[in-house]
Design a protein around this ligand. Sequence first.
Ligand SMILES: Cc1ncc(COP(=O)(O)O)c(C=O)c1O
Length: 476
Amino acid sequence: MTAGTPTVSALQAAARSRMLLNFTDYSAFDDRPIPMIVRGDGTDVVDDQGRHFIDGLSGLFCSNLGHAFGAEVGAAAQKQMSELVYAPSWSLTHPAAVRLAERLTDIAAPLGMERVFLTNSGGESVEAAWKLVRQWHIANGEPQRRKAIARNLAYHGTSMGALSFTGLDYCREPFMPMAVPVTFVSNTDAFRHELENDETAFTAFLLDEVEQAILAEGPDEIAMFIAEPVQNSGGSFMPPAGYWQGLRELCDRYGILLVADETITGFGRLGEWFACMRLGAKPDIITFAKGATAGHAPLGGVLMTARIAEPFASGKVTYVNGLTYSGHPLTATIALAVLDIYEREQVLENVRALEGHLASRLEELRANPLVGDVRGGGFFWAVELVTDPVTREPFTPEEADWLLREELSGHMDELGLLCRLDDRGEPVIQLSPPLVSTRETLDQIVDIVTEAVRRANESWQRHRATTGTQRSPQVA
Ligand SMILES: Cc1ncc(COP(=O)(O)O)c(C=O)c1O
């Protein structure tokens, strides 16, 4: 340690006293330091104590290449920085941004996407999509289309526009009223639906609900329907067959634009560049972020079909939106280097090759009575926990808190896995490993989850036996 270099504990104290971290309950750090990750190593990250953790969530669904390619990406970034550090994207551009636009629209061409607007994040992309949608309707003589439809529990970002589409009350409540009037409909959670075992009927139910919402709100007042191809919040809700095709038909019937938020699912998470490709979905607009740079830099964007781009591309209308760092040379160069690595390392192929193995290993978890459901696709999975696999009675909020934060979190920490333990819906363990993970790494992840859930179930069953009730462990 050189003189003047702060120690890790000094940094942790400063993080406690000087930073305001995202969605962080500071009372959790009254008696322990804020965790500090100091470096990455392949598909692991390493903390200040030198402890390795498998990065089972790819950071925050973004480090799709793990932590092995930083030097290569950095070299490309350094070259760009020695040539041009900045040029705006307001009425001019620069080579890196154009090359990235070409590359992205080539990748998305099978979905009919022909043009892209670049942003810095998922939330900004959702905001930008909404502005595009509004101006598109105005250009087409329908300025009255001011409402949107989104889905329960869905997360689309926290800025005031994107927040309007986020179906999580605790995120919205302090900031009411919302910027955009939004009606929320069901997500595709089949596990808790009475039509769980009848996929065709489930699809019909969901689409009917969407249509009823359109009719109730006024078909010519709805501008946009937004959904993730596979919803993350609530735990990897795969859509039933025909769902996205049905959304397309409804949107066409009522003149509504269909937006697929691929902030998480884009760039290989489901084994394709975009999950829409796997699902046969045909949105008008795709929002993306995270995987585009695989966590090496902040970049997002909005892809659109020629039909959506037309009023702007023809010069009839100016898109009234701008970001100082839209298409920044640094982030554009990093995205290009990352896309090279995706191709060279055959990352999508890796996901497709190992998906079946991961799925069958995760299915083994059902042997544990705490496990109610295992669902997902690609490298994007959720394990839903239940008090009882037969009755499926949900945990109370206190029980879920105990299970996730008192029990499982400690076990995962001890066993060396970073994943998400989430109870924004029912309690789920969310897994989203780097897309470069080997079979061995995936096995290690599943082994850790198996052991953690085994320990948690022991505590849960012990509680049931001692209290003689079906319910409520003492929450510490
Ligand atoms: C589906 C989806 N949309 C939007 C966002 C917001 O992205 P960001 O945090 O980059 O603003 C997220 C973030 O996780 C997301 O999962």
